[in-house]
Structure formats: structure tokens, C-alpha cells
Design a protein around this ligand. Structure first.
Ligand code: SF4
Length: 390
């Protein structure tokens, strides 16, 4: 790496994240910033998002065209193609959207079955990320989902026919799930032929219905050893099927199907975050700024109207925090992280003696200056990152 280049910033990618916080109903394990859609009008929030996109521009005069746009949520597939197009139009007018940009939309299976997929494609969406979550009806019931396994499979097939790239999510390590049951389900998932999968272990977050059930003693997460066994099984089956992990939970058939938007996060590129609760990271005048929009939709709309953008009071991050983030995010991806970037920001080298010890344990590899976690090391990612943090 040329260390004359800033160790973070838009040359590692420039994206726009749009958070749409409404869902048809709220799932009991979900820890995102979500609200039941009920019969809320989408207009005022879309207007605020568009105003927010434009209002960021004056502080980013050096930033070029967007490499990615990601509609996440919540359920952004509740938006009409014309509403998606209006947001993309605003992004294009404010920054430009690079030719061949990745434009991702998150959707649930029933949205895919109901949506005007040709309309979404015409609006500019290039990639659908579908919340299938399980291919077993009993698990979908347990997870409180409003679709069955057949709807998930149908949605994936329809999306594959309509979009250049498709991903879907599954949640495993569910209470009581055996290795044999997960193996059969994952093989069914791989047989659907999507070029990207996101495979997450079920977590019990305190503020969710599952978290509360755990506190009442009604539910318990899978034991760590059993989870680790399923994680290793997942790595083996996906690699055998030609979808190796390129990040802790993400698998792709080829580099062009990796999530370019998420790679911006893992590479410490820049992204604007708009919509309720959205986070952004932006490089201005050599400093790294973190923005966090108001979480409640009404508060977000009011803040944008009053301040004109959601990062009016964005905080400049301390060098130590930036260095830690570059390291922790970079280690998530299998491509690893050039340690000179971390050294440069923190002003003191990542301890190479500790790296040597971790390498002997088989947890990391160091090639030149690029540090990566091995599959065994990924299970210890947080502990390793903590030990190496500046
Ligand atoms: S649909 Fe997705 S974002 Fe919405 S509540 Fe369920 S898991 Fe959360």
C-alpha cells in the first residue's frame, strides 16, 4: 500500500446507506431499528431522506460518484419502485452514481412474490438480498416469520431470474437444531443456486422478545461448543459448494457477487447514512467523522427539517478509535487488513510479537503486512482484535 494515501476514506469505496425502518410486522429476534408499518404514509420520510442526501453534499466537495447504494431496514421492499427511483434520482443528482454501481434492496420473501420486480430493476436495483431465514416451516414459525419455506424458495428463484445478483439470509444455531438438520437445510439452500449467502447464528439480543424470553428462563441459546460445530460445518459445506466465506458470515460464488457495499464497511471506506438511526462514516479534511441519525422516524424527519441533515452534529473520531475500527472491520473480511494503515493512524505499531504467537496457534496469517484470520481464528475474532488493538 502507498502510505502516502490516506489509510481510510472514499478511495476504499463510497456508498450510500438508506434505512427504511418499517416492517409488515416486527420479528421477535430482531434488534434493528424497526417499527410496524401499519398504515403510515411513506411520503414525509422519503422527502426527509431525499433532503438529507442533498444536505450532505456541501460538506463532501471532494467525493466522487457513489459506488454503491444499499436500501436496508426494516423492509425497504415495502417502497414502490417509483419511490426507490426518486431516492436514486436524488443520489444521482447530488453525487452521481458510478457506471456499474451496485444497488441493493433488502426484501422479505412475500415482498418478492408481491413486488413488481421488473419495475424495481428498471428503477436501478441490481441486487436483491432476501430474508429467507430458514427453509423449514417449523423454524419459520419459531422465528415469527410471515412466510413459509415454499415462499422463500419461490422468492429466490424469481429474484434469480430478474436480477444480476441475488443473496439470501439464513439463521442457524437455533435452539435444539442438530448438525444433521442444519446440514440438510444448508444443502437445500445451496441447491437453489444463489451466488451469495449470508449465514448468521441466532443471537438473543437483550431488547428483543427472544431476549426477554431468555431472561424469563423460557428459552436458551445453543451452547457455544455446539454453535462452533455448526459454524465449522457451515464453512466446510459452503466451501465444497463453491461459496467460500469472504467474511465471517458472508459467502460468495465469485468476487463479483461479494457485497461491494459491505466491503466498504470492512475496508473503512466512506458511506453516507440516511434514514432513521442510520450510521455514516465520512472523511473530511483528513478527519474521520461518525454520524448517527435520530432513531425514531418522527424525530428524524423533524431533525432533517430543522438542521437540514442528519450529521450536523457528527463527531470527529479519535485516532485511536479510527485505528481500532480499521483493524476490527478489516479482520472480518478474508482479504485481511494491511497493518500499515492501522499503524499510521494510531501512531504506534500493532504488536507483531502477539501476531507471531497467534500465527503459531493457527489463528492468523501474515503475508507481507496483510493480516488475516484463519477459519479457526474467526471463531476468536473479538478476542484477537482486542489483543491487537492500539
Ligand atoms: S422483517 Fe427483518 S428487519 Fe423487519 S422485524 Fe423482521 S427481521 Fe427485523
Amino acid at each position: 500500500m502507498n502510505t502516502a494515501i490516506a489509510p481510510f476514506g472514499p478511495h476504499f469505496g463510497f456508498g450510500l446507506y438508506v434505512h427504511w425502518p418499517y416492517c409488515a410486522r416486527v420479528c421477535p429476534y430482531c434488534d434493528f431499528n424497526v417499527y410496524a408499518a401499519k398504515d403510515r404514509a411513506s411520503g414525509p420520510l422519503i422527502d426527509a431522506i431525499i433532503a438529507d442526501i442533498h444536505a450532505h453534499r456541501p460538506r463532501l466537495p471532494q467525493h466522487g460518484a457513489l459506488d454503491t447504494v444499499y436500501f436496508g431496514g426494516g423492509t425497504p421492499a415495502l417502497l414502490q419502485p417509483s419511490e426507490i427511483a426518486a431516492i436514486l434520482e436524488a443520489a444521482s443528482r447530488a453525487y452521481g452514481i458510478a457506471p456499474g454501481a451496485e444497488i441493493t434492496l433488502e426484501a422479505n420473501p412475500n415482498d418478492v412474490l408481491r413486488s413488481d420486480l421488473a419495475g424495481l430493476r428498471a428503477a436501478g436495483v441490481t441486487r436483491l438480498s432476501i430474508g429467507v431465514q430458514s427453509l423449514r416451516d417449523s423454524a419459520l414459525g419459531f422465528l415469527g416469520r410471515d412466510h413459509d419455506a415454499l415462499a422463500g424458495e419461490k422468492a429466490v428463484r424469481l429474484a434469480l431470474a430478474a436480477f444480476p445478483s441475488v443473496s439470501f439470509d439464513l439463521i442457524y444455531a437455533r435452539p435444539g437444531q442438530t448438525a444433521a438438520a442444519w446440514e440438510a437445510e444448508l444443502l437445500d439452500a445451496l441447491a437453489l443456486g444463489a451466488p451469495h449467502l449470508s449465514l448468521y447464528e441466532l443471537t438473543f439480543e437483550p431488547a428483543t422478545a427472544f431476549g426477554m424470553a431468555q431472561r424469563r428462563g423460557e428459552m436458551a441459546p445453543m451452547e457455544d461448543d455446539a454453535q462452533a460445530e455448526l459454524y465449522e460445518l457451515t464453512q466446510r459445506l459452503t466451501a465444497q459448494a463453491g461459496l467460500p466465506a469472504y467474511e465471517v458470515s458472508n459467502h460468495a460464488a465469485a468476487p463479483e457477487h461479494r457485497s461491494r457495499h459491505n466491503l466498504i464497511y470492512w475496508r473503512s471506506g466512506d458511506w453516507i447514512g440516511v434514514g432513521p438511526g442510520a450510521h455514516g462514516r465520512l472523511t473530511v479534511g483528513g478527519g474521520r467523522y461518525a454520524s448517527e441519525a435520530e432513531r425514531r422516524p418522527e424525530a428524524y424527519i423533524a431533525a432533517v427539517q430543522m438542521l437540514q441533515n442528519s450529521w450536523a452534529d457528527a463527531a470527529r473520531l479519535e485516532r485511536k478509535d479510527v485505528a481500532q475500527e480499521i483493524l476490527s472491520m478489516g479482520l472480518r473480511a478474508s482479504e485481511g487488513i494491511d497493518l500499515r494503515r492501522v499503524d499510521l493512524v494510531s501512531g504506534r505499531p500493532v504488536p507483531r510479537d502477539k501476531i507471531g504467537a497467534f500465527a503459531e496457534e493457527g489463528w492468523v496469517t501474515l503475508e507481507g503486512n496483510v493480516l488475516s484470520l484463519t477459519p479457526a481464528g474467526r471463531l476468536l475474532a473479538d478476542a484477537i482484535t482486542l489483543q491487537l488493538s492500539p
